[in-house]
Design a protein around this ligand. Structure first.
Ligand code: ASP
Length: 351
């Protein structure tokens, strides 16, 4: 009798508050970006656009393979970013932008949402995969952040591939540097030692586009329910004085905590540092109960423009919310999960 009464109560409650149609939590999920900025159809030729879409789809597929096999979010983040670091289209690893002195100084960060351990590097010049170095700082050192020569030396200790600095050289980025330095009336440095001579270096593939950003970032959710984030960049063209942006600053350009969200940012780093963008988004989720999209839009579309910061973020949460938000005309971005097919997008008007 008592059981029957309880059943009626359960039934009555179910009718009174029908479950809102909620998408099932995906078994795994992945969101990636390849930089945000003034990326508009009018400035993009068909070949360049196709090359970016192909590169984004290829990188996404790499991370997806890891997650589908049951690999960790951390492995997916690292594997995906390594593909993008090797691709000269992106401002990370090979294809990174140049400093005013004509060097490539690379920044990267990595964070594990399950343990909240983090690692990052800034001003690296010889390590082929700065994202792997950031992960190694997290896993194999007692520190969170290493910079410059010391970071490259630690890379050797960690057994990571070292390359001649000329490995990172691309003609396209060199031309961007010359243009920027001319605009700023600064001297053009000599080409890096071992870089191909200007005469021999024929730009292959997509030609220079003028968008300012090309940083790469990945956030992932694995089948255990853990999330992770990573970001890798060459920073800003013609940066000086060993300038460091937001990407390797934990809480600014990169953050992950299973209890709230994982974020990777791209944009004018100085503003992202001031607003601690990644951590603020996660704090709005954790302490104010905002949805991930609302939290991301609050910071990226309201707080950042209020201080003239431009750029965007990708984010996901352990309960399967996948989002992006940007205040620029475009952002190279892509997403996939066990519940939805892969989507690659560039312009603001794409879903
Ligand atoms: N956020 C990077 C930085 O300021 C640049 C970028 O996203 O392209 O170093």
């Amino acid at each position: 009798m008592r059981l029957a009464a309880s059943l009626w109560i359960v039934l009555a409650l179910a009718i009174a508050s029908p479950a809102t149609a909620q998408a099932p939590t995906p078994k795994w999920a992945l969101v990636i970006h390849g930089g945000a900025g003034v990326i508009e159809r009018a400035n993009m030729d068909a070949g360049t656009e196709a090359a970016y879409r192909k590169a984004m789809a290829g990188a996404l597929a790499e991370g997806q393979r890891v997650l589908e096999k049951g690999g960790s979010a951390m492995d997916a983040v690292e594997a995906t970013i390594k593909v993008m670091e090797d691709d000269p289209l992106f401002n990370a690893g090979r294809g990174a932008v140049f400093t005013a002195e004509g060097r490539n100084e690379l920044d990267a960060a990595f964070m594990d949402g399950a343990t909240m351990k983090a690692g990052s590097v800034a001003g690296v010049t010889r390590t082929r995969h700065p994202i792997s170095l950031a992960r190694s700082v997290m896993e194999k050192s007692p520190h969170v952040m290493l910079i410059g020569h010391g970071a490259d030396q630690f890379a050797k200790v960690a057994g990571l591939e070292q390359v001649d600095p000329a490995y990172f050289f691309t003609e396209r980025r060199w031309q961007q540097l010359e243009k920027t330095l001319n605009e700023q009336r600064l001297p053009i440095p000599t080409r890096p030692i071992n870089a191909p001579s200007a005469a021999r270096s024929i730009s292959r593939g997509p030609q220079p586009d003028d968008h300012r950003f090309g940083t790469v970032g990945v956030v992932a959710l694995d089948q255990k329910g853990d999330i992770a984030a990573g970001t890798s960049t060459g920073g800003m063209t013609a940066k000086r004085w060993n300038r460091v942006g937001d990407a390797p600053i934990i809480g600014a350009g990169t953050y992950a905590d299973n209890r709230s969200c994982a974020v990777s940012a791209t944009g004018s780093g100085e503003y992202f540092i001031r607003l601690t963008v990644a951590r603020t988004i996660c704090a709005l989720v954790q302490y104010k109960g905002l949805s991930l999209q609302a939290a991301a839009d609050e910071v990226v579309r309201k707080q950042l423009p209020a201080i003239n910061g431009d750029g965007g973020i990708i984010a996901l949460s352990a309960d399967g919310q996948l989002v992006w938000s940007f205040n620029t005309p475009g952002m190279y971005r892509a997403r996939a999960s066990s519940e939805e097919p892969a989507v690659v997008a560039i312009y603001k008007d794409e879903p």
